[in-house]
Ligand binder design. Structure first.
Ligand SMILES: [Ca+2]
Length: 530
């Protein structure tokens, strides 16, 4: 099924932009469970993330979450390059705690420092963290009983579920120092936040107490997928380092199992969870960051005999297939909901550095399930067939086949990653973006060519009207305006421009902003001979 989709897509792409990506690069291909394939995909995502950093110098929860995944991938594969990269990041920042002003997020980086210390002990790796934990500043455990709330306005330091992803730092530090105070800190942080944010009826977390009692557009609870992911993804890392005889261990295991039981039936047929676990229709599209958290969490639990193998292997397989289908050919993880605190839409091209780390964690664990013979061809056969969501909202096939080839596309300006070539790539979600009156994009058809129809898709075309002109020319010097008006504001897809058939070599679209702002964001341009 997937193969068929790719072949059609490749044909469409050829019409628009020359040679298409090779079908062999299809991220949703049938071999999603081949160990070499899993490692290659993980490495691709890892490399793409290093080459496209969210910001250059981050030492905060975003980069720390990416590196938590890098370390998981190292644990799974033993490939020294991942560990060495984490060491380089640590040395660059001299093993210091995170740059956040306060809250648990300040300790996210320290998880990687502590793991590297456990692999090759050196006091310098954990000293800054231990020092910060002991200060009497009001934002540290040494200075306040409740120090792990959310930092900064508009929050009044509420307790929040995301913070629990940093909780494994405490058992790691206990392993490093033997100081049982760190186990007390774990229990204090984990159960204080849990008491404030766990919905005992659904065994899932509210992102923070502000969401208790609030309703989705359909009157359901608001149980944010990634908010629960931050907790579910923390269990493997807590239980790995928590001593077997720790008095509180069983309490973590019990909650891990309760969450697992609640999450499984909320997975959708396509393997993804939606952004609101209580109301999939709240934002109906796939969401990969929560899904990656859950798959990593289930896989570790099943592999270590903590979670039920029979019940959750099909969940893992469907979810992994969904994640594999979220990787773009260049290694970018798509369908990531942007940074937030509540359910919100995700897009095929939406990505973020922290989410790439979650994918690496999931990849490492699924790889081990295959390698250890827990995922077998029989298990895959029994769990399938799998539904793969197309990663691209492609130009309809019949239009793509007829479209006039464009020899060259240029523009007066554009934002990085939003170049003019995005308007002829056959993908309705990529777009050219340039801000301001009079920004233009120009198509060269190579020769004077009869053009019967022009169709354009504008970004958020269903929510706002774009002001634009279309002009034509045979020589690129003398221009004739053939359309001057606005888009309808009623469609997110391709819309015919109201103009008469013409003959021209050059077609130029000049944008004058839209009804919401001064941006000119064109997703796709299709010119047809008739
Ligand atoms: Ca496009």
């Amino acid at each position: 099924m997937k193969r068929t989709t790719m072949v059609l897509l490749a044909t469409a792409l050829t019409c628009f932009a020359g040679p298409a990506a090779a079908p062999a690069d299809d991220p949703g291909a049938d071999d999603a469970f081949q160990p070499e394939r899993i490692l290659a995909l993980a490495d691709k995502v890892y490399t793409h993330t290093l080459e496209n950093p969210y910001r250059e110098t981050d030492r905060n929860w975003i980069r720390a979450t990416f590196y938590s995944g890098v370390m998981e991938l190292y644990h799974a594969t033993g490939n020294a390059k991942y560990r060495e990269q984490a060491e380089r990041w640590a040395e660059k920042h001299q093993w210091r705690e995170g740059t956040e002003g306060s809250g648990m997020n300040k300790l996210f980086c320290s998880m990687t420092w502590a793991e590297l210390h456990l692999l090759d002990p050196d006091p310098k790796k954990i000293e800054p963290t231990l020092k910060w934990l002991a200060t009497d500043a009001p934002n540290s455990p040494g200075g306040a009983k409740i120090w792990f709330g959310h930092a900064g306005p508009p929050y009044d330091r509420p307790l929040y579920s995301d913070s629990l992803y940093g909780a494994p730092v405490f058992p790691m530090l206990y392993r490093a120092t033997g100081n049982r105070e760190h186990l007390d800190m774990l229990d204090h942080v984990f159960w204080t936040v849990t008491e404030a944010t766990l919905d005992e009826e659904d065994d899932l977390y509210y992102r923070d107490p502000g969401y208790i009692g609030r309703k989705s557009p359909h009157g359901e609870k608001i149980l944010w997928s990634r908010g629960n992911g931050w907790v579910f993804g923390a269990f493997p890392r807590i239980l790995r380092y928590l001593p077997d005889d720790a008095p509180g261990r069983e309490r973590y295991v019990q909650l891990y199992r309760r969450m697992a039981a609640s999450l499984a039936p909320r997975q959708q047929a396509d393997g993804f969870w939606r952004s609101n676990l209580a109301d999939p229709a709240h934002t109906p599209m796939p969401e990969s960051s929560g899904t990656a958290f859950f798959i990593a969490g289930y896989a570790w639990g099943v592999r270590n005999g903590v979670l039920d193998r029979e019940a959750y292997l099909p969940v893992i397989l469907r979810g992994w297939n969904a994640l594999v289908g979220s990787i773009h050919p260049d290694g970018k993880l798509g369908w990531v909901q942007p940074v937030g605190a509540a359910p919100a839409p995700s897009r095929p091209h939406g990505t973020h550095e922290y989410a790439a780390g979650l994918f690496l964690s999931a990849a490492g664990e699924v790889y081990l399930l295959v390698k250890e013979g827990i995922i077998t061809p029989e298990v895959i056969e029994a769990a399938g067939p799998f539904i793969t969501v197309p990663l691209r909202r492609a130009v309809p096939e019949e239009l793509a086949e007829d479209a006039l080839p464009v020899k060259e596309v240029t523009a007066s300006g554009f934002e990085p990653s939003y170049g003019p070539e995005n308007t002829i790539d056959g993908d309705l979600d990529t777009y050219w973006g340039a801000e301001g009156e009079g920004q233009w994009i120009r198509y060269d058809l190579g020769d004077v060519t009869p053009v019967g129809r022009v169709l354009i898709a504008w970004f958020r075309g269903d929510r706002r009207r774009q002001r634009f002109q279309v002009a034509i020319s045979d020589d690129g010097q003398q221009w004739e305006v053939v359309f001057d008006g606005t888009s309808s504001g009623t469609t997110a897809g391709l819309e015919p421009v109201d103009l008469r058939p013409f003959r021209a070599r050059y077609v130029r679209v000049t944008g004058n902003g839209n009804t919401q702002n001064a941006w000119n964001s064109m997703q796709q341009m299709v010119m047809l001979p008739r």
